[in-house]
Write a protein that binds this ligand. Structure first.
Ligand SMILES: C[S@@+](CC[C@H](N)C(=O)[O-])C[C@H]1O[C@@H](n2cnc3c(N)ncnc32)[C@H](O)[C@@H]1O
Length: 207
């Protein structure tokens, strides 16, 4: 694997140091269109309470400030991502609209029934225990709240073979629409809908 690609893959799941900061800057650009496409499946309201899981470089949180007047939290288990997200969203943080917290998806530092929307862009690949982590996400959501998961690679595409190899080398999980839908169902979600555009995958589900 080429050096740059390897560095990027090493830092995608938990950005650290120089390469982590570079990877987040790149992801803020390269994930932008995918994020816009995913967000188009959510029905935003003025008073939404939104959580962005695996907020990375903070661009999704920034986009969300344009979708609601409500409060938005970003969480990430990487301290480097928390620092970058705070910087990218400084104005909204200072205004009190945005909070960024270091945390893992497996133990969210929020009470039950808190959020009307949860977004997870390009992050489920790395979650340690998908069904239990989705149960934890469901716990912090309000009834009828919407969850959005998007990935730019999907196992059920024409590139499936390459993804099997990528998974073997990197250890992270590349989902298919069916495997994610099964995990969402097992975690108790309903109204699960999958959308596909080329290699991109987007699932919405309700609590
Ligand atoms: C590929 S990056 C995507 C970042 C951002 N969502 C975007 O689309 O640009 C994946 C992010 O998920 C975070 N992440 C991975 N596993 C996590 C976990 N178990 N809990 C919280 N964050 C996690 C990583 O630290 C990283 O910032």
């Amino acid at each position: 694997m080429r050096y740059l690609k390897r560095k990027r893959m090493e830092n995608a799941g938990k950005p650290r140091g120089f390469w982590g900061r570079k990877t987040m800057r790149d992801m803020n650009k390269s994930h932008s269109d995918l994020t816009d496409w995913g967000l188009s499946f959510l029905n935003f309201a003025e008073d939404d309470m939104i959580l962005d899981i695996g907020c990375g470089g903070g661009r999704t949180v920034h986009k969300l400030t344009g979708c609601t007047k409500g409060r938005i939290y970003g969480i990430d288990h990487a301290p480097t991502a928390v620092t970058k997200s705070l910087c990218v969203n400084k104005k909204a943080v200072d205004k009190g609209q945005v909070g960024i917290v270091e945390a893992t998806v497996s133990a969210l530092p929020f009470g039950a029934d808190t959020f009307t929307k949860v977004t997870a862009i390009e992050t489920v690949y790395f979650w340690p225990d998908l069904v239990n982590d989705l149960k934890e996400v469901r716990r912090v959501m309000k009834k009828d709240g919407q969850l959005l998961i998007t990935t730019e690679d999907r196992a059920d595409s024409s590139k499936a073979k390459a993804y099997v190899e990528m998974q073997r080398q990197s250890g992270f999980f590349i989902p298919s629409a069916a495997s994610l839908a099964r995990a969402l169902k097992a975690a108790g979600f309903h109204h699960i809908e999958a959308n596909i555009r080329g290699e991109w995958l987007s699932l919405t589900a309700e609590k």
